[in-house]
Structure formats: C-alpha cells, structure tokens
Design a protein around this ligand. Sequence first.
Ligand SMILES: Cc1cc2ncn([C@H]3O[C@H](COP(=O)(O)O)[C@@H](O)[C@H]3O)c2cc1C
Ligand SMILES: O=C(O)c1cccnc1
Length: 336
Amino acid sequence: MSLDFNTLEEFSTLLAAAPTEDGAARQAARDRNEQLTKPPGALGRLEDLAIWYGAWRGTGRPAITSPQVIVFAGNHGVAARGVSAFPPEVTMQMVANFEHGGAAVNQLSKVFGARMDVHALDLDRPTADFTASPAMDEAEVIAALRCGWEAVAAGTDLLVTGEMGIGNTTSAAAIAMALFGGAAGDWTGRGTGVDDAGLDIKTQVVAEGVARHAGVSGLEALRCLGGREIAAMAGAIARARVLRIPVILDGFICSAAAACLENAVPGALDHCVAGHVSAEPGHSKVLNKIGKDPLLALGMRLGEGSGAALAMGIIKGAVACHSGMATFAEAGVSEG
Ligand SMILES: Cc1cc2ncn([C@H]3O[C@H](COP(=O)(O)O)[C@@H](O)[C@H]3O)c2cc1C
Ligand SMILES: O=C(O)c1cccnc1
C-alpha cells in the first residue's frame, strides 16, 4: 500500500488501514507484569501503561530509548479578530525561542531525554479567517498534514506533538464545537488570558465560525476551522499510528487535532494517551469525548507540548519498572 496521500479521503483511508496493537505482545507484557516483585496491581496505572506501551511496540519487554517532541507553529487569520491576549508576531518570536532552547518545552524535553524538533508552517501566510471562509483549502491542509507526517523521525519510540500559534485556542474551540455540539461558551476559554471583553469576542467568533461551516466533521472540521500547526499535529499522530509509535497528547489544541482523527476513523487514537488536562475549560470536555483519562492535572495552560513532555517521565517510569524489575523467581522473593 502506498504511504502517501494527496486528498483528505486518501489520508483517511491510510489512517483506517493503519495497524492495531499486537495482541501477543500485550499478553506477553501482561504475563511479565504478573511475575514482577511487587504485590499484584501495586504499581496502579503504571502497569496498564507499560502493557499498553509494549502492545504497541510489539514486545512484552519494551524499552524507551528515542523519544521525540515535535513543535509545529502556524498563524491564524482569526487572530486579527482580537481573540488572543498576545499579537500574532509572538508565534514567529517563539519559534526563534524554541530554536534557541529558551521555551518551557525545551527544558522539559531535555529533562526527559527527548530530541526536540520545530517546524514552522508558512508563518507569513496565516490561514483564512474561518468566520469568512474555510481556514485552508484542501491543498493547504494536505501540505500541513504531510509536514506532520514527515516530521516523525525514523526510530522514534515515543512521540509528543506540541504547537505554537497565536489564536489557536479559538480554532480548537471551534473544532470541538463542530465535532461535539453544544454552545460556543462551552468550549471557549481565556487561552493566553483574554479579559472579559476578549472572551465575549472570542465566543462570538467561535459561534460564527461553526455556523459558517455548519455540519462539518472529522477532517473537514480540521480543514475549515483548524490551522496549519493543528493539521500538522494530526498528521504526525496519524504517522505514529502507522509506525506503531505510542503518542502522548498535550493540551486543548493538540487534543482538538487528535479528535478530528478519532471523528474521521473511530479508534484512531488507540495508540495515544492524554498527558495532562490543561486549565482551558474545554480540554477536560474534549478528553471526555475522546475517552482519555489524563495522566497529570497541574493547572498548566501553555501548550507547546509541555504537559505531554512532562508526562513522558511517567511513561518512561512505567516502562523502566516493567522491563527492568526482577521477577519473583529471579530475585528469590516468596510469592503470596
Ligand atoms: C509567550 C507565549 C508562549 C506560548 N507558548 C505556548 N503558547 C500558547 O498560547 C497560544 C494559544 O493561546 P491564544 O489562543 O490565547 O493565542 C498558542 O500559541 C499556545 O501554544 C504561548 C503563548 C505565548 C503568548
Ligand atoms: O491547553 C492548552 O494546550 C493551552 C491552553 C491555553 C493556551 N495555550 C494552550
């Protein structure tokens, strides 16, 4: 099967044909877990995470040696509507900051031993204001999906996708409302910290955008209401699925990108866990809709992949215990 796509339909077909987890590896990981020197279940959710990780990697005794964090950046036409507390030029300035190692996600990637890559997508060409027309045409959304698809490094064994794009919590709210219904106010939060007047404008923009593209779902929601960095995250998450690389989802924007995949192909996020729940009020609702229980709840509201990068420590810890601990037989410890 060709691993390329030129239309959203071809992308969807590739995603639908992507592998599922390895049942034999899951069983081998379960068997090993039962033999480790601890009371049954004593590592709580870490045990499930290690088994899940092994099932996707195809081994009952996995290791994590090459985690990758990818930050995608894009600019948004709706930013001109006054929906963010910061001006659009911050997107480009933060890309420079990522490249110089100065952002939170740089530090967290370093702490957890991940390589970090940054991809800026046509920053000088913001998407169209989605209240007036689709944010992207099909060629544009395909180019963004492909950027994400190709950004996943050969040999990566744990992936975090993050984003930078002033205005993108507005885009994420519009996607969530299009996919899951409800009122604009249910999905719209303060993002970088808009005041009450800004929140009113933002809620209005979300409502207008969803009304303008009434009835869109899945990848069409991504095209009409998303952004280039949002589509690129979706492309990277889909590629990881094809390569059986487990993914840690980040905050509201990343989860909205992922939700488009799940909406297009149910089960498309089985290789993903939610790294954290952010303070953006729509995030917990999106996680609920995609059936993901977040690993961390630290009141973070940064994006960039920062919450997911922090959660890499949990997955690495889970896998280290699972694969490195002695069994009762090896350690000569009496079983209960
Ligand atoms: C300095 C700075 C660094 C950031 N890093 C991530 N974001 C986050 O804030 C933006 C979304 O919020 P809104 O929709 O309100 O614009 C995204 O770029 C997101 O990644 C940042 C925002 C700022 C200002
Ligand atoms: O949930 C997020 O990822 C988020 C929230 C606010 C601003 N930027 C990102």
